[in-house]
Design a protein around this ligand. Structure first.
Ligand code: PXG
Length: 455
């Protein structure tokens, strides 16, 4: 597979000298050396040394139809041969971009009909911020500029998207957040409800939105943005009482509701979108990742006719990227969405895979290290605890989550640790046997971690 001079040691050496990695402890990585991933098939990955891993994270929450689908390779190759690039500026488009716009209008929740294309989720959320403010300005309400988001939300890494995000450790690098962004609490039952009844907690946290709107003045608030289920925050599944209350508040105060579907979109919850799962009727929706199953970078913002028509009435729109509607990325996204639709992958997640995963992953709750195991669709989380009965966490310097993640790698499974919350988000095409295998391997990693942490 490799050229004769290629070897792990050479790659690691080059990587140390020339590559700064995203979201990585740079020093620790240089000491440890990079793992080189080389091949993927279905839910499986192989590294350069031939180690095989069950990819419990679908790459980075994105490879929804799994690795190695020849149809997507074919779609890219055909489009590249015919027209490798053209833009959507100055009155042009391409068949691939128009096909994708039509398909998105078909699969997204009713009412969302028009797309703006980006290259990533971060760009989609930057776009949301600019378009929503511009929308209110066209309607003569330019003071409606503030975005309300949530603490521990993740909306991307660009300046606006990271400001929308609610992670203090991200704000601390690069002088964030930008002005006119406010944050409220998150519906994190295990971490923050204490003994409160989950339904009451969900309503109370949602009502923080109303308090914040009153504090700021509804005439100054443009939108509320949130993931239907927080992904990078730790697969935080809100209580059933949460979203209905948020919807009521947005409607009553004339605030746009923006659903960040970058992780929840394209079948992750067993519905096409997290908004479908919760019956939300968002005014705008940001998406990326699963739109192309990660085969090429692409994102989009979907919006209602009302918003799009207002933008049209505003005339010239001064926003866009060289690669907005890149034909190769669009062609791959079209083929990916057709596969999700025609092979009824989303329906299979809802009726077969999600119940199986709920049972297999739910079984991990019996482990002494696990304070809670939860799933929704093909998203799962376990909360690691030092004392199960008291639900007491480990001290942060014990790095229990990282220990579990490392133990997982030794057992040939990739999961993600977010503090001491360990999450999974496997490809949607995962078979029943592979779902059981994923949970079994995490179970073995838990046994290893329990031994390490008992010392
Ligand atoms: N919104 C959400 C909900 C996301 O999860 C983005 C926006 C930004 O998308 P881009 O394509 O700009 O990365 C994301 C991305 C992690 C991790 O470790 C998750 C993401 C990105 C990087 C790391 O969990 N999600």
């Amino acid at each position: 597979m490799n050229a004769p001079h290629d070897s792990l040691a050479t790659w690691q050496d080059i990587d140390r000298k020339h590559h700064i990695h995203p979201f990585t402890d740079q020093k620790a990585l240089r000491d440890a050396g990079t793992r080189i991933m080389q091949k993927g098939e279905g839910v499986w990955l192989w590294d350069s040394e031939g180690n095989r891993f069950l990819d419990g994270m679908a790459g980075l929450w994105c490879v929804n139809i799994g690795y190695g689908r020849a149809e997507l390779v074919e779609a890219a190759s055909t489009q590249m041969s015919e027209l490798a690039y053209y833009n959507c500026f100055f009155g042009t488009s391409t068949p691939a971009a128009t096909r994708l716009a039509a398909l998105l209008a078909e699969v997204t929740p009713q009412g969302l009909t028009q797309s703006f294309f980006t290259n990533s989720g971060s760009e989609a959320n930057d776009t949301v911020l600019r378009l929503a403010r511009h929308y209110w300005a066209i309607r003569g309400k330019e003071k409606k500029a503030i975005f309300i988001s949530r603490r521990n939300a993740y909306h991307g890494s660009s300046i606006a998207a990271a400001s929308l995000g609610g992670m203090a450790w991200m704000h601390s690098q690069g002088g964030l957040p930008i002005p006119d962004i406010a944050h409220i609490g998150q519906p994190y039952v295990f971490g923050e409800a204490g003994g409160e009844d989950p339904a009451a907690f969900g309503r109370r946290v949602a009502q923080e939105l109303e308090e914040k709107i009153r504090e700021l003045g509804p005439h100054r608030v443009a939108a509320f943005i949130a993931e239907p289920v927080q992904g990078s925050g730790g697969v935080i599944v809100p209580p059933a009482s949460y979203w209905p209350e948020i919807k009521r508040i947005c409607d009553e105060h004339e605030i746009l509701l923006v659903a960040d579907e970058v992780i929840c979109g394209f079948g992750r919850t067993g519905k096409w979108f997290g908004s479908d799962y919760y019956g939300l009727k968002p005014d705008m929706m940001s998406m990326a990742k699963g739109i192309s199953s990660g085969y090429l970078p692409i994102g989009a913002v979907m919006m209602t006719d009302e918003i799009a028509n207002t933008l049209v009435s505003g005339g010239f729109l001064s926003h866009g990227f060289t690669y907005s509607g890149h034909p190769v990325a669009c062609a791959v996204a079209v083929r990916n969405i057709e596969i999700l639709r025609d092979e009824r992958i989303v329906e299979r997640v809802e009726t077969v895979a999600a119940p199986r995963f709920a049972e297999a992953w739910g079984g991990l709750a019996d482990h002494p290290l696990v304070g809670e195991a939860r799933t929704i669709g093909l998203l799962g989380a376990i909360e690691l605890v030092a004392d199960k009965a008291a639900r007491r966490r480990f001290a942060p310097d014990r790095k229990a989550g990282l220990i579990l993640r490392e133990a997982g790698l030794r057992h040939g499974v990739i999961v993600r640790s977010i503090g001491d919350t360990v999450v999974a988000s496997p490809p949607l095409i995962i078979s029943d046997g592979e779902i059981d295998e994923l949970s079994k391997r995490v179970g073995m990693a838990l046994d290893d971690a329990a031994t390490s942490l008992s010392n």
